[in-house]
Design a binder for this molecule. Structure first.
Ligand SMILES: Nc1nc2c(ncn2[C@@H]2O[C@H](COP(=O)(O)OP(=O)(O)OP(=O)(O)O)[C@@H](O)[C@H]2O)c(=O)[nH]1
Ligand SMILES: [Mg+2]
Length: 296
């Protein structure tokens, strides 16, 4: 038996969470086309007969601009130091350049074994792949690079086998049927945030926190969920609500559908939009909303 932790690291929006979901075979982490979707360290557990890989999803590397993003970057950096292996994810469709090689070098210097997943190959010209592979050779990083598509599943199996072979010998870390370390309550908040990321533009989704006030299953099996969508400004609140509540109704209906699928039960969802001025800069509020430095 082999088992270990694999930190999944890379630029924001590279495709880290999508790749983890595909490798684990279940959605453990939300995904969106906007950078900075993942805010927390999230474990996704892949268990097979001969191995268990615990993937650690991390916030994408991005220039920190406020107390929240600053904390997110600390989460990523701390995680990279604590694992058995680093899987660095590159957006193949965006291509690689010197600056990204510099980031990879920094993580490689930690002395933890590392490989690269070069993802999104389904949406790029095939002929760019060998060109980028040549760039990797020139950069002399000496890393195994796996061109993959998380969306199409291309080469994902090879990547899993490779990672499994590189895990230390050891017993399972988690029980057989566990796929994530996060609670249903946490995931429900994340589903709400994912739908907000998909629907709203610019700073609005990045300035949103979701706070679950109530999460309980009643005796008819229905989940009663009551949550706050916290934003930073009164004008953001107006946009989130929309004309006659159209926007919030739409986004809540979309979220509820996904929550029902996730919980495999009916959901009665109540949402409120609240303003907490500049919460992303206020450590006390960050803590209140569940964004805390991870303990090592
Ligand atoms: N076509 C294609 N799109 C992909 C693939 N993997 C991810 N994407 C898309 O890329 C976008 C970003 O994916 P995420 O998985 O959220 O990226 P991330 O690296 O976790 O991003 P952060 O959490 O913000 O750092 C989403 O729109 C995904 O649907 C892929 O293999 N092919
Ligand atoms: Mg992510």
């Amino acid at each position: 038996m082999r088992s270990g932790y694999v930190a999944v690291i890379g630029k924001a929006n590279a495709g880290k969470s999508t790749l983890i979901n595909v490798m684990v075979g279940e959605k453990v982490s939300i995904v969106s086309p906007k950078p900075q979707t993942t805010r927390d360290r999230i474990l996704g557990v892949l268990t097979e007969d001969e191995y268990q890989i615990v993937f650690v999803d991390t916030p994408g590397i991005y220039k920190a601009r406020n107390a929240l993003t600053d904390m997110m970057m600390r989460t990523t950096e701390t995680t990279a130091k604590e694992v058995d292996y680093i899987l660095y994810v590159v957006d193949g469709h965006e291509g690689v350049d010197e600056s990204e090689f510099e980031v990879m070098k920094k993580y490689k210097a930690l002395g933890i074994p590392m490989a690269v997943a070069y993802t999104k190959i389904d949406i790029m010209p095939r002929e760019n792949i060998p060109l980028d592979m040549a760039k990797f050779s020139d950069a002399e990083l000496d890393l195994d690079v796996f061109p993959v598509s998380a969306r199409k599943g291309t080469n994902v199996k090879n990547l899993k086998t490779f990672l499994a072979q590189n895990m230390p010998e050891g017993e399972k870390i988690f029980m057989q049927d566990i796929v994530s370390d996060k609670s249903e309550r946490f995931m429900v908040g994340e589903i709400m945030r994912e739908k907000i990321l998909l629907k709203f533009d610019k700073e609005i989704p990045h300035g949103v926190a979701v706070v679950i006030n109530e999460f309980k299953q009643n005796d008819r099996g229905v989940y009663e969920i009551n949550l706050d969508i916290v934003c930073e400004r009164a004008n953001h609140k107006a946009i989130l609500i929309g004309k006659q509540g159209k926007a919030i109704k739409e986004v809540s209906a979309f979220a509820r559908q996904d929550m029902e699928k996730f919980l495999d039960a009916k959901v009665f969802l109540t949402t409120y939009v609240k303003v907490k001025e500049d919460w992303r800069e206020r450590p006390q509020l960050l803590k209140e909303f569940g964004y805390e430095d991870i303990k090592v």
